[in-house]
Write a protein that binds this ligand. Structure first.
Ligand code: AMP
Length: 115
């Protein structure tokens, strides 16, 4: 299990955020430093630091990230034009916050993925 993170504090309501969706398994809020007109972080309530820590027992909770991404994309009106989902892992993946989360980016053409 991971330590408490800034994202746990947002989930618990101890740190403010622009929350767009919340249920029993995930909380979604707008990224504080948006890279696209819609840039939303969908964060699991599991205290998992990264994809490396995911196991079969987490499949239901982590699957929720995708179904909620689809719901929010519709809410944001970006589902038909399309969007990008990104999960960064550790240093080479560019992960800054060690709390498993998915980025939902859209609202403009994002171009080819730059590596
Ligand atoms: P990652 O690099 O995948 O770990 O993404 C972390 C993201 O969290 C970055 O895009 C940050 O801009 C975003 N972020 C960090 N702190 C906050 C916060 N308090 N509220 C909203 N977004 C945040």
């Amino acid at each position: 299990m991971a330590k408490e993170t800034i994202f746990s504090k947002i989930i618990n309501g101890d740190v403010p955020a622009d929350i767009v969706y919340q249920d029993d398994l995930v909380t979604a809020f707008r990224d504080i430093n948006p890279k696209a007109p819609s840039h939303i972080l969908i964060v699991t309530h599991l205290l998992l630091p990264s994809v490396n820590d995911a196991t079969a027992e987490h499949e239901l909770a982590l699957g929720r990230l995708f179904t909620v991404a689809a719901k929010i994309a519709q809410q944001e009106g970006i589902d038909q034009n399309g969007y990008r989902l990104i999960v960064n892992c550790n240093y080479h993946g560019g992960q800054e916050v060690s709390h498993f989360h998915m980025h939902l980016l859209g609202g403009r053409p994002l171009g080819p993925m730059v590596i």
